[in-house]
Design a protein around this ligand. Structure first.
Ligand code: EPZ
Length: 432
């Protein structure tokens, strides 16, 4: 069992380059099912979730070659199955991103119904309703979704109740060959949706309006494989921006488009953080005390829910009180509960968190509740008095490549420790 141990109070400054976006790479991998042949994906993050998606594609009959740490060559010519087992969907609910491509390629799919996770029920009712509008029939059988389009997929207009990222992606991928035009209204506008539409159009699809609330997909014939580089990860970048804002010394974050973090950067400037924007990087610093500001998470271009925990960490040390409202997931304040152990003063009231800033945090043993909460606890440990030990770090490894190494390169005193062999932790030995 591994933990991440952080000794607080050390300077953290320098430069870090982020990887390709997890929340794009997984869908681009699924989309290779739409173009029989060899698609090469570049700038792919080397993280656990990508490895699971690779297993899903292999299970379907594809070959996935790791060309180098960040390049995958995926051959879907011989994909002959349309069934994704529960064992893989249970490991990663994003496996449901193969539903749309399998329907487009085979006119049918069997995908295990994803379970919930720590942050919420994570239903897929909007995916199902939208696909039904395209002519897909669904049966549930022993936890599996049996989807089929006996008369083929027909273009239709679908208005989403909520700008769901996953539903938008599955509808785009399902409709690339549909007969006629599909319109997705109230579509998600995330940069990862634009990245997916860009790659599909490079493959020969005809998708207009990605990045706006109305996306139009004109059904076309066969798509052809391509080489495509994954868009930079705005949330990994945002996590390091938050770290720079927290510690104060200059931190330069490279490898992403600052426009993909527009509102986050503006909110941080309201909190007293200095942000220098480049074309593919930002430099963050702070000399003034952190000031409170209210946060409301919303679909892009609103404040990203995936930056809520990292920002809550900043607000926990701000000079005043503010309210954080989580509008996207129903249970995404567990990070705040863990942060109480480190001395924060946060009151949770439904989907609001009232954050009273405190002078300092103290190191403690805490558990990572989910991917972003885990990263935020590690971040808190950088400035807490003493040592912080974060467990359940498998959550963090799902979405952050070499997080400990990147923090150490910035000067942080952070170690990954195998609790079954504590002697390996020279860091703890020194701390005692
Ligand atoms: C994607 O999840 C991301 N995951 C999430 O990132 C991100 O937080 C989320 O989008 C919002 O930006 C991946 O891309 C792999 P949604 P997704 O469909 O597609 C509800 C991270 O930390 N909903 O926009 O599942 C749903 O339960 C992860 O990297 C339905 O009720 O998000 C949620 O409350 C966490 N029915 C809300 O909508 C549906 O059919 C938003 O979900 C679909 C969604």
């Amino acid at each position: 069992m591994e933990v991440i141990r952080i000794e607080g109070g050390h300077p953290v400054t320098g430069e870090v380059t982020v990887e390709g976006a997890k929340n794009s790479a997984l869908k681009l991998m699924a989309a290779t099912l739409l173009a029989p042949g060899v698609t090469t994906l570049e700038n792919v993050p080397n993280i656990a979730d990508v490895h699971v998606m690779g297993k899903v594609l292999k299970e379907l009959g594809a070959t996935v070659e790791v060309v180098d740490e960040h390049t995958l060559r995926i051959d879907t010519s011989s994909v002959d199955s349309w069934e994704t087992p529960y064992s893989l969907v249970a490991q990663m609910r994003a496996s449901t991103a193969v539903l749309g491509p399998l329907l487009a390629r085979f006119g049918k799919a069997i995908v295990a119904m994803p379970g919930g996770c720590n942050i919420g029920a994570r239903k897929i009712d909007m995916h199902i309703l939208g696909l039904q509008a395209l002519g897909v029939q669904f049966d549930m059988d022993h936890g599996d979704i049996h989807a089929s389009a006996p008369n083929g997929l027909k273009g239709a207009t679908v208005t989403l109740d909520f700008a769901s990222v996953g539903a938008t992606e599955n509808l785009i991928m399902a409709s690339v060959h549909a007969d006629g035009v599909t319109v997705i209204d109230n579509a998600a506008r995330e940069p990862e949706i634009v990245d997916l539409a860009n790659m599909l159009n490079e493959m020969g699809a005809d998708i207009q309006g990605a990045g706006t609330p109305v996306i139009e997909i004109h059904g076309v014939g066969e798509l052809h494989p391509v080489t495509h580089a994954v868009v930079g990860d705005r949330i990994e970048a945002g996590t390091f921006v938050a770290i720079g804002a927290l510690v104060g010394q200059p931190v330069t974050v490279r490898g992403f488009d600052p426009q993909h973090l527009g509102l986050v950067l503006r909110k941080y400037e309201q909190m007293g953080v200095t942000i220098e924007r480049g074309r593919r990087e930002v430099t963050v610093s702070r000399t003034a005390p952190l000031m409170p500001t209210d946060i409301q998470t919303l679909p892009f271009p609103g404040f990203p829910t995936d930056m809520q925990a990292q920002t809550m960490c900043l607000l926990a040390l701000a000079q005043g009180t503010c309210i954080v409202t989580e509008n996207v997931f129903e249970n995404r304040f567990m990070f705040a509960s863990e942060l109480q152990r480190m001395g924060s003063d946060i009151v949770i009231q439904g989907h609001h968190a009232v954050v009273h800033g405190v002078e300092r945090l103290s190191g403690a043993e805490v558990r990572s509740p989910d991917l972003r909460g885990g990263a935020a606890l590690i971040m808190a440990g950088l400035v807490a008095d003493g040592t912080t030990t974060v467990s359940d770090i498998y959550h963090v490894d799902r979405g952050y490549e070499r997080f400990v190494e990147k923090l150490c390169a910035l000067g942080a005193q952070v170690r990954r420790v195998n609790m079954l062999d504590p002697s390996a932790d020279e860091f703890a030995m020194r701390v005692r």
